[in-house]
Every structure is written in C-alpha cells, then in structure tokens.
Design a protein around this ligand. Structure first.
Ligand SMILES: Nc1ncnc2c1ncn2[C@@H]1O[C@H](COP(=O)(O)OP(=O)(O)OP(=O)(O)O)[C@@H](O)[C@H]1O
Length: 259
C-alpha cells in the first residue's frame, strides 16, 4: 500500500508545495524488498518526518533518493526536476544535502577539516596544503559556531562525543548550502541536552527556509518537531499527514504495535 499527501484528506496536496516527490521506488536485496514501490511527497519548506519500525526501509529509501545506491525502479523528482538515478554530487547540486545514520566523518582529521570536506567541488583532495580557500575556512568556522562546537575546531573528530559528531556532520551538510536537508536519525545515541540543541537548530534552519526530511525513532522529537509525518512499513508509505492524525491512524498502530 502506498500513500502520499494527496490521498490524506486532512492535508490535500493543493495546500502544500511539493519539493521532493518519489513514485514507485523499489530496491530489493535478494528476496528482501527493502523498498517496495514507495510513493511519497515531501512538503517543501516544512519539517517532514519519515518514521517506521526497524527494517521498514527508511535508510534504503534515503540511499536511493540521494544516489548512494541505485534503485531497481521508480522515479525521484525534486522541484519538478527528474533526479532519478543521479549520482550523489548531482543530487547535492540540485539542492539536497544529507547526513548518515552512523555519522560519516573522517576520524583522524580535525573538526574544521571535516567541515571543509563538505565543500564542493574542491573536496577532500584539496584539504591539504594550499587547497583551503580562506572563504571556505571562514564559512566552516561560522558553521561550527552555529552548531556550537567552534571551540573544538582543532580537535580530531574521533576525540569529540558522538552527539558533537552529529553536530559536526550537520555543519558539514550545511557547507553546501542545501535547500533541503535529509537527516538520518539525528538524535540516535545522542544525550538529551544535545538532542535539544539539534532540535533547536532544525527549527531555526527551517525558519530560515530550509526544508527538512528527518528519519527518527525518537517519537517525542518527531511529534514536537514535524509538520508532516510519513509512516513506512515494509518498504512503502502506509500513512501520511500531520503528527496528531498519524499518531491515531489504525494502520500505524498496527505497524508499530501489531494491534
Ligand atoms: N545492504 C543490504 N544488504 C542486504 N539487506 C539489506 C541491506 N540494506 C538493508 N537491507 C535490508 O533491507 C531492509 C530495510 O532496511 P533499512 O536499513 O533500509 O530499514 P530502516 O527502516 O532504515 O531500519 P532501521 O530503522 O533499523 O534503521 C531490512 O530487512 C534490511 O535487513
């Protein structure tokens, strides 16, 4: 079964600008249909949450949308532009940035250099020696200040806490100035005070016009933060709508609780 916002009575598509739109997305690993014909519309300018039980295909969906893995079938459009099957740098160029469930950082590099690694097209190859542009360094430092870890800029990334690594990854994502930010479990394994900081940053960045698509298991955070919730089960969306409605949807309760 697949559901998108246009099928949700309480939030007709006409009320919302659609940014990322996915149709019939599928990806199987052997006999496992990790993503199974998913149809999903994400609201542009809003905080969208993608939730679902463990193994329901959320990360695989993220990986297909952002070009990390190739889907077996389906289409992905962003702001009306077909980005199906494009490589990650083209997806980033289209305005979509992403983080990873387990932080993707370079552990032996400094915090500052990790943020600079997010710059394109210079990339990691130019991090050493004279490749660092002063403007990029300044921007990286500003972003580290923004996420609250500028005091750690010279530390090795492996020496900062896991929550700080999540903040570092967010600063790296922001380096490409993405219009839409996809976060895979931003609060996973993070202590409560840093969850609050991450949550405030998402709200602030959204108020500045950035769209968020967040995979998250912390339901309290999802319900507080998001405008639009999409529920995945067995590789497809089974419900979509405002948090309050999704919470009481019988299909969602069944997927989560088996009731
Ligand atoms: N590389 C892979 N090879 C084989 N099977 C995979 C691979 N990646 C994912 N799967 C399987 O696909 C299904 C969906 O996994 P996925 O990680 O996308 O779910 P998820 O909703 O993100 O789970 P979680 O909430 O636990 O992170 C699972 O059954 C998983 O075991």
């Amino acid at each position: 079964m697949s559901v998108d916002s246009s099928t949700t009575q309480q939030s007709p598509a006409s009320e919302h600008e659609i940014g990322l739109s996915v149709r019939g997305l599928a990806k199987a690993y052997g006999g496992v249909k990790a993503v199974n014909g998913a149809d999903v519309d994400f609201h542009h300018g809003r905080i969208n949450a993608l939730i679902g039980p463990n193994g329901s295909g959320k990360t695989t969906f993220f990986n297909c949308v952002t070009g990390m893995i190739k889907a077996d079938s389906g289409t992905v459009t962003y702001r009306g532009k077909d980005i199906t099957g494009k490589p990650p740098h083209k997806i980033a160029h289209a305005g979509i940035g992403r983080s990873f469930q387990l932080c993707r950082i370079f552990p032996r590099m400094s915090v500052l250099d990790n943020v600079l690694a997010g710059v394109r097209p210079h990339g990691i190859g130019q991090l050493l020696g004279s490749g660092r542009r002063a403007a990029d360094v300044k921007r990286a430092q500003e972003l580290l200040a923004r996420v609250g870890i500028d005091h750690l800029e010279r530390s090795d990334a492996r020496d900062i806490s896991y929550g700080q690594q999540k903040l570092l990854e967010l600063a790296g994502v922001l380096m490409t100035d993405p219009e839409t930010i996809m976060l895979d479990e931003p609060a996973g394994g993070v202590n409560p005070s840093l969850i609050e900081r991450i949550s405030s940053l998402i709200v602030e960045l959204n108020a500045e016009g950035r769209t968020f698509i967040v995979v998250e298991h912390n339901m309290d955070l999802v319900m507080r933060l998001s405008d639009h919730v999409i529920v995945f089960d067995r590789g497809a969306a089974i419900a979509a709508g405002p948090p309050s409605l999704v919470q009481s949807d019988p299909a969602v309760l069944e997927a989560y609780l088996g009731v």
